[in-house]
Design a protein around this ligand. Structure first.
Ligand SMILES: *[C@@H]1O[C@H](CO)[C@@H](O)[C@H](O)[C@H]1NC(C)=O
Ligand SMILES: *[C@@H]1O[C@H](CO)[C@@H](O)[C@H](O)[C@H]1NC(C)=O
Length: 218
């Protein structure tokens, strides 16, 4: 099926964009990128400030499970933000160049109004991109639809941030789903987990992550 699709596309190679065709014919988001070595230090945990980590996070058999409740406290007593339990990828000196986050995510049915992945930092505003789950679908903030039907299954998420060009591209299961301009450079870092949206949130929010990798293009 895929082969014949590619064959048709390849016969149009001189009419279309070679880059688009390579994409459709199985190029992988990590092609051309180099793995950035990570240690546990790079995985900083944020959770409601008044509860122990193990009441909102577990890390078993390579799977990080993060959960939070709608009436939880913010991550810092001085913060007015919504509750979160998130991994913050620290120590990467990610302020220019082309970077990529990769992880396998899982969101249980019922979790809604939760940011499950984001790039924090921007020249304008607090974030470059927010990817939220509402009723099983993934949205850019509460707006553009990025992907549908993600409940109760593992999906591969890749986010490429070309800081120099100012673009962010999102892939689900290796397929490009969304592309948007960023909000300018800043103190940037990737995050994943659960961070409650301002409205329309379920009481319980959870996401799981495994095989998290960071790549850079040199
Ligand atoms: C999620 O749970 C609801 C309520 O139990 C159910 O109606 C719905 O079909 C479930 N969705 C999926 C994708 O399993
Ligand atoms: C919350 O959900 C309601 C009903 O679907 C919708 O009209 C409203 O725009 C949503 N609010 C936000 C902030 O997403």
């Amino acid at each position: 099926m895929r082969g014949s699709y590619c064959y048709t596309l390849l016969s149009l190679v001189f009419l279309g964009s070679l880059k688009d065709i390579i994409q459709l014919c199985g190029a992988d988001p990590i092609d051309g990128f180099t793995d950035v070595p990570l240690t546990e230090y790079n995985f900083e945990l944020q959770k409601p400030y008044d509860v122990p980590l193990e009441e909102r996070y577990s890390f078993v058999n390579g799977v990080r499970r993060l959960w939070v409740y709608a009436d939880d406290k913010p991550h810092d007593p001085n913060s007015q933000t919504q509750p979160r339990t998130e991994v913050r990828m620290r120590g990467l000196d990610y302020s220019s160049g082309i970077w990529q986050f990769e992880g396998y995510g899982f969101v249980p049915n019922g979790t809604s109004g939760a940011t499950v992945a984001q790039i924090h930092g921007a020249a304008k505003g607090a974030t470059t991109i927010i990817l939220r789950i509402y009723n099983g679908d993934m949205r850019y903030y509460s707006r553009d639809l990025v992907a549908t039907n993600l409940y109760d299954k593992w999906f591969r998420l890749n986010i490429i941030h070309d800081v120099d060009v100012g673009s962010v591209t999102v892939f689900i299961d290796g397929v490009q789903k969304f592309r948007v301009k960023d909000q300018g450079p800043g103190d940037l870092y990737f995050k994943c987990g659960v961070y409650a949206a301002p409205a329309n949130i379920s009481y319980y929010m959870e996401s799981r992550w495994k095989d998290i990798k960071i790549y850079k293009k040199y």
